[in-house]
Design a protein around this ligand. Structure first.
Ligand SMILES: [Zn+2]
Ligand SMILES: [Zn+2]
Length: 168
């Protein structure tokens, strides 16, 4: 499905506005640890307003991301809502922080949605703030108490441990 909106009526009438609801999948949004599954829709409740410079798009964009915990690698879903406020202008240049308003009076919301979601993807998601992660030696999930390895010993203390063992 397309997120291209016909705004000819809006552009023809200064000061007018229109509400647009979207519930569309946006394929290919993923980073190393975070993705939005290709069949999972992104919701948006947007207000399109004819302003002096172009069309101003504001409102919430909601998405459920699938994240992999950066410490224990567990996969989990989390919902996010972002407030967007973006201007679509007739002559947007690449590198501008504005989006293009097509000559035919159409604007494509998909690049904006893609930008806001992908740029907000957490770099190092955690399944919970105090995630214990995986044991570096056996790979067991320390959140589940699966690991039976003895506590890590600081290498600087290892010679002292050896001394104790020798005494016995
Ligand atoms: Zn975790
Ligand atoms: Zn272990």
């Amino acid at each position: 499905m397309s997120m291209v909106i016909d705004v000819r009526d809006l552009v023809a009438q200064p000061g007018s506005s229109r509400a647009v609801r979207l519930d569309e999948a946006v394929p290919g949004m993923a980073t190393q640890l975070v993705s939005v599954p290709d069949d999972r829709p992104v919701g948006a409740d947007l207000l399109l307003e004819n302003v002096v410079d172009g069309v101003l798009v504001t409102g919430p964009v909601s998405v459920v991301m699938n994240l992999s915990c950066a410490r224990c690698l567990k996969s989990f879903d989390r919902g996010f809502t972002f407030e967007v406020q973006e201007l679509f202008v007739p002559e947007a240049n690449p590198g501008d922080d504005q989006y293009p308003l097509g000559e035919e009076g159409h604007l494509d919301l998909e690049p904006m949605i893609r930008d806001v979601v992908v740029l907000a993807m957490p770099f190092a998601p955690l399944c919970r703030p105090d995630c214990q992660g995986l044991c570096a030696r056996c790979g067991g999930d320390r959140n589940l108490g699966e690991c039976a390895c003895p506590p890590e010993v600081d290498v600087r203390w290892a010679p002292l441990l050896d001394l104790k063992l020798d005494e016995n």
